[in-house]
Design a protein around this ligand. Structure first.
Ligand SMILES: Cc1cc2nc3c(=O)[nH]c(=O)nc-3n(C[C@H](O)[C@H](O)[C@H](O)COP(=O)(O)OP(=O)(O)OC[C@H]3O[C@@H](n4cnc5c(N)ncnc54)[C@H](O)[C@@H]3O)c2cc1C
Length: 696
């Protein structure tokens, strides 16, 4: 099953993304150029990614020891080919200005185009990291840092990483312990000027690539931290600059950001031939997402010493002997996390999209399986069963039969006729339930991600008022765009395994890998728990709850449109069909359910904070986020369904019926779940927070 029709529908029929071409920044674009980008990415994903998804899972990255004792990472050839094809597509710099080689593509289209790769093989490429790294430098770097580092990343010659986490500092980045000290002149003296320095040396604070420091510390979990897919790797590293007493400043305010290239370069962006003091300590062997190397990196432990006079501008290192990784400060000292957070919305939408694509990949695989797997006979619906089949299939629980009979059910209809041929499993209601659940999670999450991507474009190119609204909406929606797909598209993957039965539990079918790959997404880019606390502890409160109010306004507007549509149909206005009238009436009911859910979330927000005590409010932040997320998705589904019913003439197209049904499924089976989640939030249920450790 192709992903493309869903993408096209959401982008163009629902979001009207082609209208972005009317904006000045995107004026050279049109529906045709957007289609061309989507076509190209779809093709590369099909040819260079999809066939190798299993290859990169079973041939996970391994290391070889080099003659100098360092470790080298070995990856399958397919990974090298995919990397080259992705770089050649121009997607690394798609959103950038023309004058730096970009396409000035709207982020909405870029995100949609990238989703083909994640659907085909989520881990084979790490382009998202390189683009995020280079985009950050385009905002916070000096002109030379952009020219030397970002430009080579956009060109695909070098790749990028994000080095935040440390073994002892994951969720809590304030505990980062990597140190960065100015790279003083020879033998540790503070070089006052070039005259004091060794030949070719440049004082630390006059280095053209940026104030030069020496870093020492360990970075854990670094994706794509070592490989030879590209000529160089640009590490963006969070570290702290010690005060005059050698103490690291506490909290996140003391964190600074540095460019630490794997191989040192000159101001012309040429490799100097000198390795930087960054060494691979080892690889992490992951549950999934194995196509991307995951590393523990040692910075500044002296494996690759860099001393003055070796063709690289530098001081004599942390010990006067050349150890310490050379890093160039980005932005101001102490503002490192601020620089990183600048890219967070897009990074988190990207994680949500990856989770979504894995959910949809599992859905498509299990749908195809369900259409061919023959097993079992339908319940009822074929007239009275034969005596033989009654005996073979009668429910064993006599009391259940009695109960059914006593409420007037025709027991013969719930039996099966063993004489009839078996059917494909897609004919069983329970299998349809599992498929619809996956569809509603995956396509709903995709719609949400593209909606958020459209907000990113609004924030960057809308008029000041619209841009500010988009900013606030993104603040509130981003934790959902990241976390909701991570949880529910993972559940979709579990259902995809279930649809396959025992076969799904084997490595002969792709669905178990999708589940393993997807399990990462609730962990990285802020764990589920951290995202939930961000939502309830910060995002819904910020600027006097303005973001939440704006979001509520958008939901109410959708609900109003549903009610208006139903009224128009009922009063026979326009060319309403009977089918459209029935659907519109259903959507009006969904609108009422949405408004009730919205009120319940609003009330729960108040109740959580009623005592003003964060310990009480945040103890149930995850159930709050689950209810919030389900309400957001219910809104998205109603809005999508409205755009289908509004085009009454297209209602009988199967894909559109599918969309209406997925929305109806969501309202019938999913939205009611919020009651239980909000119940504990409203009560500020203390059972978890109060559990004594020794009682576990
Ligand atoms: C495959 C993979 C790739 C990664 N790639 C990168 C990368 O490229 N760059 C990078 O910098 N990092 C990367 N990470 C690291 C990732 O961001 C961290 O794993 C994540 O931030 C969680 O940190 P941790 O593993 O130390 O878990 P911990 O922070 O120890 O969390 C453990 C558990 O405790 C909970 N918890 C922690 N603190 C709190 C709190 N205050 N309140 C409530 N609950 C809390 C968490 O929610 C979690 O459930 C990657 C991780 C993985 C697994």
């Amino acid at each position: 099953m192709s992903l493309r029709p869903t993408i096209d529908f959401l982008l163009f029929d629902w979001l009207g993304a082609d209208a972005l071409a009317q904006r000045e920044r995107f004026a050279d674009h049109s529906r045709e150029t957007f289609d061309a980008v989507l076509d190209t990415c779809e093709r590369i994903a099909r040819d260079k990614y999809a066939p190798f998804n299993r290859t990169v899972d079973v041939q996970e990255p391994r290391t070889e020891v080099c003659p100098d004792g360092s470790l080298r990472v070995v990856l399958p050839q397919a990974t090298h080919d995919a990397q080259k094809a992705y770089a050649a597509s121009g997607m690394l710099s798609a959103a950038q200005d023309y004058d730096v080689g970009g396409m000035q593509l709207p982020y909405t289209i870029e995100a949609a185009a990238n989703s083909f790769f994640a659907h085909a093989s989520v881990s084979i490429g790490s382009g998202m990291l390189t683009t995020g790294n280079a985009n950050l430098l385009m905002v916070h770097g000096t002109p030379l840092q952009k020219q030397v580092f970002a430009a080579n990343e956009f060109a695909g010659k070098w790749s990028g990483t994000m080095c935040l986490s440390e073994p002892q500092a994951g969720s809590s980045l304030s505990d980062v312990a990597t140190r960065a000290v100015p790279d003083h002149g020879p033998l540790g003296t503070a070089t006052a000027g070039v005259a004091d320095a060794a030949e070719g040396d440049v004082p630390w604070d006059q280095d053209p690539l940026g104030p030069r420091y020496r870093l020492r510390g360990n970075k854990m979990w670094i994706s794509a931290g070592e490989h030879d897919l590209t000529d160089n790797i640009v590490h963006l590293v969070l570290a702290k600059i010690p005060d005059e007493n050698g103490q690291l400043p506490p909290g996140v305010k003391g964190i600074s950001l540095f460019i630490v290239p794997k191989k040192l370069v000159n101001a012309q962006g040429e490799l100097t031939g000198q390795r930087n003091d960054v060494a691979l300590a080892g690889l992490n062997h992951k549950c999934g997402w194995r196509g991307t190397t995951n590393t523990l990196l040692n910075f500044g432990e002296g494996q690759f010493k860099v001393l003055p006079g070796q063709g690289t501008a530098c001081g004599s290192g942390l010990d006067g002997q050349g150890n310490g990784a050379i890093g160039y400060l980005v932005g101001q000292p102490g503002k490192g996390l601020h620089c990183m957070f600048h890219m967070m919305n897009e990074a988190r939408i990207g994680v949500g999209l990856a989770a979504t694509m894995l959910g949809l990949a599992g859905y498509h695989a299990s749908l195809a399986y369900a259409k061919t797997r023959v097993q079992g006979r339908p319940v009822g619906g074929h007239g009275p069963a034969t005596g033989a089949s009654k005996q073979a299939t009668a429910p064993s629980g006599g009391s259940a039969v009695a109960t059914a009979a006593s409420v007037g059910a025709d027991v013969t209809k719930v039996t099966k006729d063993a004489a009839r041929p078996p059917v494909r499993i897609i004919e069983h209601a329970d299998v349809k339930r599992m498929l619809l659940a996956q569809k509603s999670y995956g396509e709903g999450a995709l719609a949400l991600a593209l909606y958020c991507a459209r907000l990113v474009d609004e924030q960057h190119t809308g008029n000041p008022e619209a841009a500010d609204d988009a900013r606030l909406l993104l603040e509130v929606l981003t934790p959902i765009a990241k976390s909701w797909p991570s949880e529910w598209c993972l559940e979709a993957n579990s259902l995809a395994i279930q649809v396959h039965g025992g076969y799904g539990y084997t490595r002969d079918f792709p669905v178990e890998q999708y589940w393993r790959d997807n399990r990462l997404n609730m962990i990285h880019e802020g764990t589920h728990g951290i995202q939930a606390m961000d939502l309830l502890g910060r995002k819904v409160l910020m600027e006097q709850g303005k973001g939440l109010k704006l979001l509520a306004g958008r939901m109410q507007a959708t609900a109003r449109r549903a009610v208006d549509l139903a009224q128009n149909h009922a009063s026979g206005q326009g060319q309403a069909t009977a089918m459209g009238t029935a659907q519109a009436a259903d959507l009006a009911q969904q609108a009422a359910a949405l408004l009730a859910a919205l009120k319940a979330v609003g009330d729960a927000t108040q109740a959580a904070w009623a005592t003003g005590n964060p310990v009480e409010a945040l103890a149930n932040a995850v159930p709050y986020m689950q209810a919030f997320g389900h309400t957001v998705l219910a809104w998205i589904w109603l809005d999508v369904a409205l755009s289908v019913v509004a085009q009454d003439a297209k209602l009988n197209i199967a894909a559109n019926q599918g969309r209406i049904s997925a929305g109806a499924y969501f309202y019938a089976y999913e939205l009611p779940k919020i009651e239980a989640w909000l119940h504990v939030v409203n009560r500020r249920e203390p059972v978890c927070a109060n559990m004594p450790e020794d009682a576990f």
